[in-house]
Design a binder for this molecule. Sequence first.
Ligand code: HDE
Length: 698
Amino acid sequence: MADPADRADPKQEQLDLRRVSPEGAALTTDQGLRVDDTDNSLSAGERGPTLMEDFHLREKITHFDHERIPERVVHARGAGAYGHFTLHESLAEYTTAEFLTDTSLTTPVFVRFSTVAGSRGSADTVRDVRGFATKFYTRQGNFDLVGNNMPVFFIQDGIKFPDFVHAVKPEPPNEIPQASSAHDTLWDFVQLQPETMHMMMWLMSDRALPRSFAMMQGFGVHTFRLVNARGTGTFVKFHWKPKLGTHSLAWDETQKIAGKDPDFNRRDLWDRIESGDFPEYEFGVQLVPEEDEHRFGFDLLDATKIIPEEAVPVRPVGTLVLDRNPDNFFAETEQVAFHLGNVVPGIDFTNDPLLQARLFSYLDTQLIRLGGPNFPQLPVNRPVAPVRNHHRDGYHQMDLNQGQASYHKNSLSGGCPAVGGAGSYGHYQERVDGDKIRKRSESFADHYSQATLFWNSMADWEKEHIVGAFRFELGKCEHRHIREGVVAHLNNVDHDLAVRVAKGIGVAPPEAPATPNHGLSSPALSQAHSPVESVRGRKVAILVADGVDSAALTAVGDALVEAGAVCEVLAAEDGFVQAANGGQVKVDRAMPTVASVLYDAVFVPGGEESVRTLARNGDAVHFVAEAFVHCKAVGALDAGIGLLERAGITGVRFADGDIVSDAGVVTGEGPSAEFPRRLVAAVAAHRHWTRDKAHVPA
Ligand code: HDE
């Protein structure tokens, strides 16, 4: 990838004009007046009352009093970054959108990732859908792809959105629980609205617990329409596929991270970009000719359905790279305003009733959230394409619109700004005809087949996690009839699933399937088949104490870093430890300030004295045990194996001296090139989910 600094980026150039640095500057009031003292109010005598006349005090306090704006009604918690989109394959056959047809263009973007249910200050690692919203600053205007990390949605018609959101948000009497779907109102909604079942399978799966925003897929969800120069429409589903593969955290781990580092995903995104390990995604499209609209066993307008990749392959056409952190969270990540209705020529909508409601909602909510109609002028929202129209006035108008005429048609400004002409947006001419009715289409009636498809496509460990998630969530529901209602629906998805969930939550398991399982699967849905590229950006903890074998530490650490991992040396206290060979090893972090849940893997080098000390340190023993329970790669050399034994991981030694090790537990004796290679491979595998970990307490 070219260095971003080498590229002319019209968005960054535009933002440069608004960037304000404190460097070398004097403190002033908002009026530009230099301030002589900002630590003491103006008062009548040293101990006297504060004077009204203190304009600096009043201005400072008043501004502070008005610093907060309403948080987003959903997707309140988020993190954003700038980047670039490049096109590898032209879609000119299907669309006139310039950024999807001209492979020589680089389009600047801003992306905001988010959770949905929690408040702005909630933890990152809750079980939830993740938003994946992208603003393309194209030369034809902004195009916003406001997607999620799951390809379907809870409801089919936008009129149900307020009901759904009220159900999933904290309950009205006490505002409990925060950022969690594990409560009665959500599951009550689910059991009475079975169209939710497919999405609930995704939400109960590991997809709801992404390891990193850089390891998360994105989906436009709805079927959109591309329109080419001849005016021919093609249905399209948009996809983002992370170059690092799709990977998740363990459920127990997510809950602990929520306390240890509530900013886990946000920090990961920030750190990756700061260190030059830029998140990358492949942009892909599933294309369906209009004449094939009815060839699927489901309705393309139903947002609770996917088009299986085996039926219509995802065609990779472009790459997104996120390579710049914002300067100011509030100004950019908080004030960015996405809107499904921000389209460019060649991209149009379909009659998906969820999509249609969204077309209304985004602009509407932003009017109150950002305080008036001029928010498109905010630096992060402003297009790089020229903006000229007759919109005038309103709070915080930034533009100095010149001329006498603020209306169309006019003769006083020469008829300008001009309407129409090359590159102007023309709506797709779809013929519509029908009676005015409130009725869900019969073609939307199947709520279970694709939930079953999802379940059938899961690896055994993924199924186990799904069952565990349903048990956890329903186990938090106080009302038995709600638990029973959900189990009854699950029995339409898969009998085995329903029985396994029922057993965990004290509900009588159904005796026979309500609907027979169709036996179909879609391998692309399983994270077990996610490609694993490397250990890029993986965090490895190395546990040490005085007496550590520093040669082994360096050899293994270097191999991991060379492969792209980030290694941190942890000891009981910060500073340095004494190596066995007399040298010193720098400690990156004191163990009490971190935890195993903040790392992807752990390595214990040898050194008798070091390991003896670690084995008497509860933090160190717990560290490796917990990493093991969360199925992470655990490596130990020589005496270091003793710490694994102390943690109960490799405790079983046979008479012949063989150590019983497990998937992803990498042990070795003496220096070798083999050990680092095996450890790197174990870390690259992400998690060893098939590991038998029940015997290790952590
Ligand atoms: Fe949204 N959604 N949504 N949504 N949505 C918002 O807009 C809404 C839906 C999504 O980082 C709100 O500016 C309705 C599906 C993302 O700023 C609001 C319906 C998908 C974000 C809104 C849906 C999304 C939002 C709240 C059902 C995936 C965060 C604040 C008809 C395809 C964008 C705001 C950001 C935000 C409405 C359903 C994705 C209220 C009415 C389906 C990623 O306008």
